[in-house]
Design a protein around this ligand. Sequence first.
Ligand code: ATP
Length: 613
Amino acid sequence: MSTLPEPASGRNEAKAARDTGSMRTRYKRVLSFCLHYWMLSPPLFFGILSARIASTLVDVAVPVSAGFLIDAIANGSRDNPGPAFRALALFIGLGATFAISRQLVTFLLNRLSGQSIAAIGRDSFRKVQRFSADWHANSFAGATVRKITRGMTSFDTFTDTLAFGLLPSFIVMVGVSAVFFYRWPVLGVIMAVSIVIYLTVVITMSVRYVRPANVEAREWDSKMAGALADSITGNAVVKSFAAEEREDAMFESVSGNWKWRAIRSWDRSAISGIVQALMLMALQTALLGTGVWLWSQGQATAGGIASLVATQFLINGYLREIGQQVRTVQRTVNDMDDVLDFRDATMQVADAADASPLQIGKGRIEFDKVDFRYSGQSKALYENFSLVIPAGQRVGLVGPSGAGKSTFVKLIQRLYDVQGGVISIDGQDIAKVTQSSLRQAVGLVPQEPVLFHRSIAENIAYGRPDATRAQIEEAARLAHVDLFVNNLPKGYDTLVGERGVKLSGGERQRVAIARAILAQTPILILDEATSSLDSVSELYIRSAIERLSTDRTTIVIAHRLSTIQRLDRILVFEDGRIVEDGDHAQLMQCKDGVYKKLLETQLQSGEIVQAAE
Ligand code: ATP
């Protein structure tokens, strides 16, 4: 069992913090997050707040003015309609002020929400893009996309619910209680007590009864999205194995699990709604019953009762929504969790605080007593691993699958942090230089090149966006991309499809080679770069690589040994160790050597007939 420290996983750290965090901590976290984005424009934020408070106070005053109108009519005379018209003017004026100020809130909020949501999307994207290769390997791309978009829409819903729901509801409750206390103290007491009971029941039901079901349904919602994305992304494999029905069954099982949890969560919301409706009916009975009793005692006028009925409708409208709003707040707080986790996650591979740009020279690479283990693996891949690749040397890596060749080049790009020892380039510890400067110095043609759904020219220029068209076409010619591009109707402007699906594996690889040629980095890594090419293209590419690798440190990983025979040095990997080290001629002299045996096997199988010739 290895004694290396457990590699850090930012995602798990953030998740653990979330699981153990109390409700209050979570709400605080979400509030401070939202406040940050609301305050991107303080004038807008405070404008909305003032307009909202003013419009709600006006709303509370409307029923009172309705009472004045009724009293003015009941007590006035037709010969002197002035007081009635004044009361009417007040009633209409208040109604109009409410409508206008509410629309003002909407217009201001549209602006604030638009800029805040765009900023949340931008910040989450920025963070997720910089998460380590390990994080991306362990996350479903589809689920990550959904988490970010869900976080953005949840922020929007949360803001709307506060601005149009909870904040005005709170103002109405306080305002109405105050008006009642002033006019009929007994109704004020009934109102205040009822509000406390109502809120206690509604919030308790939402938190303890509805929310747990919501959370579970949401988790299965993410799983369903992840399963869908995984299967659709791998559709080519599904087709090649005619596994549509198997995938159907897998998805049906996931969606079946989601279905029951979703139904339970919706049912609980409905039951909670029924309880609220019953409590509101009880409140209505108590208020109106007491109102009529006050009238019978001569303590309330007809206008007073009319304003009571109108106020009753007003608070009913606001309180009826409160249960739904509390649940919406809870759901959106939960839904923002993932985006908050992204924001708070520690970068698994982070730039050091005092990181400076790599001063790249000729590209000398050194591994000094390096220890490395993948997270989740019990055994270390490299232990006390030391190696020097002099500047400009062209090195081939061979060895059985899983020996650690790809990991070796990933460590050079610092896609993972090592747990012990130092990897340095031109004498500088790569953990102490900025990642962007490091990766700009290392060109890569990966095992499975990923292209963007952009034009071929844009894909080639990805490592050097300022390249001219002539430079792009020259790199394309060197990598023999021109051979197939010339047959495409739109040539270099052809879009390649998602992940480059519209090109063959060999064509994709040639585009990736052209991209590396154009980037002109001092260090070049070719990971199985010629594995998808036919023998003729491979010969062309090999000559291009030879030209390309002159005066550059080049590392070539290849299964076909013909690719690397002419390199300066060949390293044979086995179980994370180098078991043979020398050029082709030296390794061929090792009796029973691994390299010699591998080569003989490939010659016998005809795999590298070209090289034998
Ligand atoms: P191949 O020739 O098949 O590409 P390789 O020699 O390049 O193999 P690596 O890809 O470096 O081998 O893998 C070395 C070991 O590390 C393997 O056992 C592999 O399963 C493991 N490994 C690789 N990537 C990860 C990862 N992201 N998480 C956990 N283990 C990994």
